[in-house]
Design a protein around this ligand. Structure first.
Ligand code: NI
Length: 163
């Protein structure tokens, strides 16, 4: 396992559409392990493969309930709405207000390429939308309502720290 370098906004890799994972290889397994390690080391709750420079449809999330690995995730259902602060490791030191669905259902493969479905509300729903957006080259900064704030200036409890 290794900590990977996290790409920052302005790096063109963050605006590219990622490719589906066709099979689980040793290299891809290592990528997933490294992504988890990199996310935890950065004290984050989510990380997508393009953030470490790899254009594969993989993201990892941990909102404090244990690690989630999504391979080729798809949003299959959303409902409701939540508006709150969001951040991203690729936009260090900043947060902004983003409206997301309050409920999300995702269909994906796990790290063993078994089909999984997962539902999330609130922070987990926000994290799933944010990370899956990364796989299509989208950053939360495209959705921000109002300015980007300096982290620390806002109530940190409300910040979704993908970082
Ligand atoms: Ni992010």
């Amino acid at each position: 396992m290794a900590i990977r370098n996290i790409r920052e906004i302005g790096d063109p890799v963050l605006n590219k559409k990622c490719k589906e994972v066709k099979e689980m290889t040793e290299r891809t397994r290592e990528l997933i392990d490294d992504m988890l390690e990199t996310m935890y080391e950065a004290d984050g709750v989510g990380l997508a493969a393009p953030q470490v420079g790899i254009l594969k449809r993989i993201c990892v999330i941990d909102v404090g309930e244990g690690p989630i690995v999504f391979v080729n995730p798809k949003v299959v259902e959303t409902s409701g709405e939540q508006t709150g602060h969001e951040g991203c490791l690729s936009v260090p030191g900043k947060s902004g207000v983003v409206t997301r669905p309050n409920y999300v259902k995702v269909a994906a493969l796990d790290a063993e390429m078994n089909p999984v479905e997962m539902e999330g509300t609130e922070l987990l729903a926000r994290a799933m939308m944010h990370e899956i957006d990364h796989l299509d080259g989208h950053m939360y900064t495209e959705l921000v309502e109002g300015p980007l704030y300096e982290v620390g200036a806002e109530d940190e409890d409300e910040i979704y720290d993908d970082e």
